[in-house]
Write a protein that binds this ligand. Structure first.
Ligand code: ADP
Ligand code: MG
Length: 481
């Protein structure tokens, strides 16, 4: 099994459908929010009534341009819409409005850790509705299907990659990077499980060293990162076994079944001419001026790779920076901390340590917690000024996450500030040395390690509040006497 990897190489190209986060549909004015009651978001346009005409939602175009710019694509000055004919029981018009030979975004690339993955194109299209298969299946039984047209007409941007990926890890990394970009620029919420981002994986294999690509299969229904990896690995082995047996891989669409962990043939792959594409007569070609593109370019927020760089410049390791950037809500929160003057490294340590652990345990987001940016910054300042110790700050951040109490008030109320005056610490040290004559003797006899024991005792006595530098200094002086 596994030695197939020595002999064959995977070639992967992905088609990612991103649902655009608009308020209304791409050609109709009703909403497209997920989870509404069936068929409450429909209209004459969506129902395909005679005589109605589609009207393009400008916001979809803005979002497609923004995405294209973030993916380093060219935005041609003209693009157009085409009809794709198909048997769509969940699209009453009987065709899908898509873009065929003149898409809105051409070319581009996405950076993953070791290379750039080419983008072939990205085009706008409408989604289909949803069929719900219900009833018991029987020969003449009561099996039936219901259709929910809420999703019909939801705007999609289909992003097609070049066949540039060579392993399931690279495919995963590509989808992660792409998803991050879409989320940060605010065009898609990137939720694979809810289907607002869907990936079809095209995979072929070829003997190592061979230049020509093999015949590909297209795998549908991969709706998690884990499913993507598993489906690609399964498909690699299936294709390798076929070749080993002297058989051929056929070009087809296969369906991934997450429960059984296998792909099975769904249908032979259609060629473009099967769809009878032709220019959509109900929509004018779309002209996009340089000024329009320029305006959107100027509104581009910071992209994930730029954020990564900025964090690393501020002193974070590459790993820490990537952990933050991969959780957008954390990164945006972290940015607010930085803008209010928090120390980059300390803030990231707290955020990724105590705070992340607490949020995970409670299954809430940072925004849902009671830790406001202002209060967090206050706490970090108390630590920086030396008013409280690191350990106290760590326990306080948990308390604030839970209660939302003011950092300064908590320190005063509980008397948690660091003890930094000699006159308070010295008597404690003397008391401890008197109580442990054996250890003092052993220390003086050369057991240096006992120094830590005395420090521990003093910290226990002061509930962790003794200023460590001062404590060390005074303890040393007393012991050297
Ligand atoms: P279609 O519209 O029929 O799905 P496309 O030309 O749009 O075909 O290609 C779909 C995807 O298949 C692209 O992401 C492309 O990179 C990928 N692809 C094309 N040829 C191969 C191949 N031999 N092996 C793997 N992926 C491929
Ligand atoms: Mg395709």
């Amino acid at each position: 099994m596994s030695d197939y990897k020595d002999k064959y190489e995977m070639v992967i190209g992905l088609e990612v459908h991103a649902q655009l986060k608009t308020n209304t549909k791409i050609f109709a004015r009703e909403g497209c929010e997920f989870g509404r009651d069936p068929n409450t978001e429909t209209s004459a346009v969506t129902l395909g009534m005679p005589g109605v005409l589609p009207v393009l939602n400008k916001e979809c175009v803005n979002m497609a341009i923004l995405t294209g710019l973030a993916l380093n694509s060219n935005i041609p000055s003209r693009c157009k819409f085409d009809r794709k004919q198909y048997f769509y029981p969940d699209l009453p018009k009987g065709y899908q409005i898509s873009q065929y030979d003149e898409p809105i975004c051409q070319g581009g690339w996405v950076q993953i850790s070791n290379k750039k993955i080419g983008i072939t194109r990205a085009h706008l299209e409408e989604d289909a509705g949803k069929l719900v298969h219900a009833g018991a299946a029987g020969l003449y039984g009561s099996s039936y299907s219901l259709v929910d047209l809420n999703r019909a007409g939801t705007p999609l941007l289909e992003i097609v990659s070049e066949p540039d990926m060579r392993s399931s890890e690279e495919a995963r990394e590509y989808v992660e990077s792409l998803r991050n970009i879409l989320k940060y620029i605010g065009v898609c919420d990137g939720n694979l499980e809810e289907g607002s981002m869907r990936a079809d994986a095209n995979i072929s294999i070829r003997p190592k060293g061979q230049k020509e690509f093999g015949t590909r299969a297209e795998i549908k229904n991969v709706n998690s990162f884990k499913a993507l990896t598993r489906a690609l690995e399964y498909e690699f082995n299936r294709q390798a076994e076929l070749l080993e047996e002297g058989k051929e891989v056929i070009q087809e669409t296969r369906l991934w079944d997450d429960n059984s962990g296998i792909t099975s043939s769904m249908r032979g792959k259609e060629d473009a001419h099967d769809y009878r594409y032709f220019p959509e007569p109900d929509l004018m070609p779309l002209e996009i001026s340089k000024e329009w593109v320029e305006k959107i370019k100027n509104s581009m927020p910071e992209l994930p790779t730029q954020k990564m760089e900025r964090y690393q410049k501020a002193g974070l390791s590459e790993y820490d920076a990537s952990v933050l950037v991969n959780q957008m809500d954390m990164a945006l929160y972290y940015d607010k901390l930085l803008s209010k003057g928090a120390d980059a490294k300390t803030a990231s340590n707290f955020l990724m340590g105590e705070v992340a652990a607490y949020l995970k345990e409670e299954k809430i987001t940072i925004e849902e917690s009671k830790l406001t940016v202002e209060n967090f910054v206050k706490l970090l300042e108390l630590l920086k000024k030396g008013t409280i110790s690191n350990n106290i700050a760590k326990s306080l951040v948990i308390e604030i996450l839970k209660t939302g109490k003011d950092a300064q008030a908590l320190v005063e109320e509980k008397g948690l500030s660091v003890i930094s005056d000699e006159s308070s610490i010295l008597p404690i040290i003397q008391k401890i040395l008197e109580a442990n004559p054996e250890q003092v003797k052993a220390y003086k006899g050369g057991k240096d390690k006992l120094f830590g024991f005395f420090v521990g005792q003093a910290m226990k006595e002061t509930k962790g509040r003794a200023n460590p530098q001062l404590l060390n200094k005074l303890l040393k002086e007393e012991l050297d006497k």
